[in-house]
Ligand binder design. Structure first.
Ligand SMILES: *[C@@H]1O[C@H](CO)[C@@H](O)[C@H](O)[C@H]1NC(C)=O
Ligand SMILES: *[C@@H]1O[C@H](CO)[C@@H](O)[C@H](O)[C@H]1NC(C)=O
Length: 307
């Protein structure tokens, strides 16, 4: 890739503040859900893939592994100009630097809201009466792709806060404006550091997957779940309205702790950050699996609907 000039980089950063794990974080989250469902409830994967097929002609990112490959769809369409849903990826809960405060109003169209919307839509066996303009098939394909992405996003702690301080009285845009010395290409601010899973998965795989890509994402997921198995989480079933609060606490206690703006993160910070980020990927994956199961298993009519 050509290296843009400094000015171009600055402009690019202004125009497109990043608001997501980079691709790998999303692909790994979806893969953890996929591998889990494959052993516990494979009919959920079949149902999801059936729904995803509805919109697949409109994406070039999906091949043989749509459940996982589609995890980046919500970012791909944002990059193509579908900006309307950009604020559905995060929630800016205010986090105040010590000794600083400001009046901040809630933003109702945030990631907690968007997950609720997608779950409501996808839980219904019929199209909502008030929306005849979108066919059920396209609606399901769209909502499920976004849901798989947003469940990943809400587990990136910097998607759940924005920090207000003397340096950033208008907030730091979820760490996007919290500059660091450049550690690796594109890792020169706090949000990017966390999007790269604290540098551990900074080289993005771009779907559709080759068999090697599938293997790599599978190994990454297995490495993470062997350290953080489902049994290590007592709170997987916490309602999704609570998930962002956990992110807020992690941001306060780990993401912004022990790091100085304009500086270079210490080894200790990176080690601890990696543990927090890996744990969040595992949690996001298990929760995605559990959410889909809850949405789709208990209803009798689903069998009818599938046929
Ligand atoms: C996020 O959205 C929900 C639902 O619209 C709302 O109740 C909540 O106040 C919002 N949170 C923030 C921090 O803006
Ligand atoms: C998984 O862990 C093994 C053993 O530590 C390591 O060799 C491998 O590179 C890891 N794979 C990924 C994709 O993280």
């Amino acid at each position: 890739m050509l290296r843009p000039t400094l000015v171009a980089t600055a402009l690019l950063a202004l125009l497109t503040p990043s608001h997501c794990w980079w691709r790998n974080g999303h692909l790994i989250t979806a893969r953890i859900a996929y591998d889990h469902l494959l052993t516990t409830n494979p009919s959920i994967i079949a149902k999801a893939e059936h729904m995803l097929a509805g919109l697949s002609v409109f994406t070039t990112f999906e091949g043989d592994y749509p459940f996982v490959e589609c995890a980046t769809f919500a970012d791909e369409i944002k990059d193509e100009g579908f900006e309307d849903q950009s604020h559905w990826h995060y929630v800016d809960t205010p986090l105040f630097a010590e000794g600083y405060s400001a009046q901040v109003y809630p933003e109702i169209y945030n990631v907690t809201w968007s997950i609720s919307e997608m779950v409501t839509y996808l839980s219904k066996a019929q199209s909502p009466q008030n929306d005849p303009s979108v066919s059920r098939k396209l609606g399901e394909g769209f909502n499920l792709r976004l849901l798989i992405h947003y469940v990943g996003d809400v587990h990136q702690p910097l998607h759940t806060v924005s920090r207000y301080s003397k340096e950033h009285p208008q907030n730091d845009q979820g760490g996007n404006l919290f500059e660091l010395q450049e550690m690796e290409e594109q890792i020169d601010e706090l949000h990017a550091l966390w999007d790269s899973v604290v540098t551990t998965f900074s080289h993005d795989i771009i779907p559709p997957f080759s068999p090697q890509d599938w293997l790599y994402i599978g190994q990454a997921s297995a490495n993470i779940t062997s350290l953080y198995p489902l049994t290590s989480f007592p709170d997987i079933d916490a309602p999704h309205t609570e998930w962002a609060k956990e992110g807020y606490e992690l941001a306060r206690d780990y993401v912004y702790a022990g790091i100085v703006e304009g500086g270079m993160p210490s080894e200790e910070y990176l080690e601890q950050g990696k543990r927090v980020a890996w744990r969040q990927l595992a949690k996001g994956g298990y929760r995605l699996a559990s959410l889909l199961e809850k949405m789709w298993t208990h209803k009798q009519q689903e069998t009818v609907f599938l046929n």
